[in-house]
Design a protein around this ligand. Sequence first.
Ligand code: PLP
Length: 447
Amino acid sequence: MKTPIADFVKEYIKKDYARFHMPGHKGKPSLGCESSDITEIPGADELYAPKGIILESENNAARLFTSSRTVYCTGGSSQAINAMLFAAFLRADKCSKPYVLAGRNAHKSFIYALSKLGAEVSFIYPENEGGILSCNVPAKTLEKRLSACREKPLAVYITSPDYLGGTADIKALSAVCAEFNVPLLVDNAHGSYLKFCEEDLHPLTLGADMCCDSAHKTLPVLTGGAYIHAAADDKYGFAGILKRASEIFGSTSPSYLVLESLDLCNDYLENTAAADIKASRERADAVRAVMKSRGISDVSSEPLKISADLSQLGMTSSEMSAFFESRGVEPEYCDGEFAVFMFTGKNESGDFKRLASVFEALPRANAPVKRPPAVMPAQRALSVREAVFSPCEEIKTENALGRICAAPSVSCPPAIPIAVSGEIISENHIELFKYYNIDKICVVCEE
Ligand SMILES: Cc1ncc(COP(=O)(O)O)c(C=O)c1O
């Protein structure tokens, strides 16, 4: 596959021009990658008005993902989520109080996007599971919720895969959305690679109308590289507005390093990804077999993610992290209940062997299992926008009962808000803060 952006930059470096343009490093090494870090000079095209090499590269990506339009973002899925919601907002029927019907485990960038649009959220809460990481939304539940809506939501918004590797039944959910003529948007930040598994499990293939993928999370792409894809049938007309939508939330100086890596990734996806992913999947299965022999279950349903249920060890999240680090392994996330390991086609066989040996060495333990509290529907005092734009102060979560949440104060990972902006902090929130070791929260100042 052609790699027009990377080729252009290689040629530019060869010409050895005296650089009188940005960036200020002028291509001279400090990190080592500076010569490739250019800006929108003649011939380099323009990310938000592409006509040349960027458009060609994005069209290559669109073919690989079978979309009607794929656009690149250099600000990750955080930028892409803002842009997707903006696009849904523009395309939706007029409605007195625009809102999105969303699974409760949405990332905090979703809440910030709502605040910028002045839109609200109606959450679907997890059934039969505790904690904030997952939210299985059965098609029947979605159907009931949509039937009960007096005004149609802007969109249905589902996070799949979720942080623990739970995947939604996108096919069934998309059929329900189509019945109600509401677009299905999927936060597929963790699942770009799903397109290149033996069975194509990408949400766009399964019926999503638009989705974002953090290419940088599961493909060989530099941090910040992401896609927004509009469905092949594009029945809501998103394709034509994705550029405008992503421009509103992006820098006018997009990183060419990120664009080059997205461009080179197209070649990888066409030629190498499927074989690499298959090999990693088999190696991950071998780790799962070791876990099984040790009585450790994997709650992930994603091929390239293991979420080991280690609750019986009775460790805190920091003890669990320290345990893995001391054995030369860095997980994606530990919370005392689960340790999450993300693989790509770039993990080598030695990585998997090391992880398997760590599971072999795990002490057998039988501590009382501590599960997170269920997330309960919360009372709202302010709109998301009013709360995010209010003067706020940081206080200890133990003193926050009855105050109004201003910002979804949760760090990355997993950056899934326990209290959402505008909600009144309840006992349930405080229990969840305690469980996830969150000791400070930003609340709206009292008059
Ligand atoms: C489910 C989910 N959505 C969105 C994001 C934001 O993605 P990015 O880091 O690419 O901006 C994350 C980040 O971890 C995430 O886990």
